[in-house]
Design a binder for this molecule. Structure first.
Ligand code: SF4
Ligand code: SF4
Ligand code: SF4
Length: 360
């Protein structure tokens, strides 16, 4: 098989996963894969599934010797290309999607060339895929204090509940901000901003990429992120959430895609919207500067008004209002809840993308 064909085959395999890996006319996605995978790694990854399997099953499908496949799979784990687990005393391996998946795991390896390839791919295909495909990859987790007191809030909608329900916490650097800086764009906001958590005590101990922190440090990071004007987002499902990203619309792939959409509220997964009490507004415009989605303006120079089609319900505007004139209310146009867990999200997204199964 030619090298080009090897990467084409892997691209096709990745596009069969619910997350997707759209093709481009320029073929930039193949150059990106070639930057991450050696040809023999790409060939083996093409034979993998999203479900964990022993090396022997993968080797059989790839028609290679099991010992050689196992050695290569271990190398691929170290390079952040695939996932590993211990099943019944044996190592088992699984394919990772591109985003969210092995792209984020390239944090220790990203360089200017990689960042540029990602940028070209984002502009040519990924941005549209991220904004237009249901269910969305991420959902917005609002600033808790911004939600009106009378509104009932589910535990999965509270950032502090997600953090407090875990037994281990970690922080890692934001690859989106690093990627944007490498292409000479983006912002100067916080880089150590991606919060991870797990149900197993000590889960992040010794992890080079995700530095273990205490629960108090995790809660403090949430407050720091709000102060820095960052939007909390997480996986678009209710149970089993394991991270909170603190994102900006200038660097984050997901928020960049949403912000450039003419009606962000139709593509974002958010159950909230900002509402201004005109009697309380003193037209100070502080909230307008705070909103990353151009959802706020002054009506005839009088009071602040919300463009509901642009509001993603992050709640950041409420944190700077001197008179507490803005609160978040639940949207009445979003009836269904997010998928129950990651498996349900994958099944729904696979259906939406016309895949026969969840991509396994
Ligand atoms: S999703 Fe947000 S926090 Fe996570 S890596 Fe991207 S910008 Fe950073
Ligand atoms: S108006 Fe802007 S800052 Fe306020 S909740 Fe909506 S998107 Fe967020
Ligand atoms: S921050 Fe509050 S008072 Fe100032 S313009 Fe916005 S809603 Fe009005």
């Amino acid at each position: 098989m030619s090298q080009d064909e090897v990467y084409r085959q892997l691209a096709k395999r990745l596009d069969e996963t619910p997350n997707g890996f759209p093709s481009t006319e320029s073929g930039v996605e193949l150059r990106l894969l070639a930057k991450i995978f050696e040809p023999q790694e790409a060939e083996l990854a093409s034979a993998m599934r999203l479900a964990f399997e022993p090396a022997s099953a993968i080797a059989e499908r790839a028609a290679v010797e099991t010992g050689a496949a196992r050695r290569l799979l271990k190398t691929m784990v170290r390079k952040g290309q695939i996932r590993v687990n211990k099943g019944e005393g044996k190592l088992v391996f699984a394919l990772m999607p591109f985003v969210v998946g092995f792209y984020e795991e390239q944090l220790p390896r990203i360089d200017a060339e990689f960042a540029q390839l990602f940028e070209e791919y984002f502009e040519e295909a990924l941005s549209t895929e991220m904004a237009d495909t249901r269910p969305a990859i991420h959902r917005v987790v609002p600033v808790e204090e911004s939600i009106a007191l009378e509104v009932e809030v589910h535990p999965y909608e509270r950032a502090t509940a997600l953090v407090e329900g875990a037994k281990a916490w970690g922080v890692r650097e934001c690859i989106c901000r690093i990627q944007q800086r490498l292409v000479g764009k983006g912002c100067e906001r916080l880089v150590s901003s991606c919060l991870s958590f797990a149900p197993i005590p000590g889960f992040f101990d010794g992890n080079a990429e995700t530095k273990a922190i205490s629960k108090e440090e995790a809660l403090s990071l949430l407050r720091e992120a709000v102060e820095a004007g960052l939007v909390h987002t997480t996986g678009n499902y209710q149970d089993g959430v394991s991270y909170i990203c603190n994102c900006c619309s200038c660097c984050c792939g997901v928020l960049r895609s949403i912000a450039r959409h003419p009606t962000p509220n139709t593509v974002v997964r958010s159950d909230f919207r900002a509402v201004v009490d005109a009697d309380e507004c003193i037209s100070c415009v502080d909230c307008i500067a705070r909103c990353q989605f151009s959802a706020l303006s002054l009506a005839d120079g009088a009071v602040c008004i919300v463009d509901e089609t642009r509001c993603i319900g992050c709640g950041l505007c409420t944190t700077v209002c001197p008179t507490d004139a803005i609160t978040l209310q639940r949207r009445s146009d979003v009836a269904e809840l997010p998928p129950s867990d990651r498996g349900a999200w994958m099944a729904e997204r696979a259906r939406e993308r016309g895949l026969a199964v969840s991509g396994d």
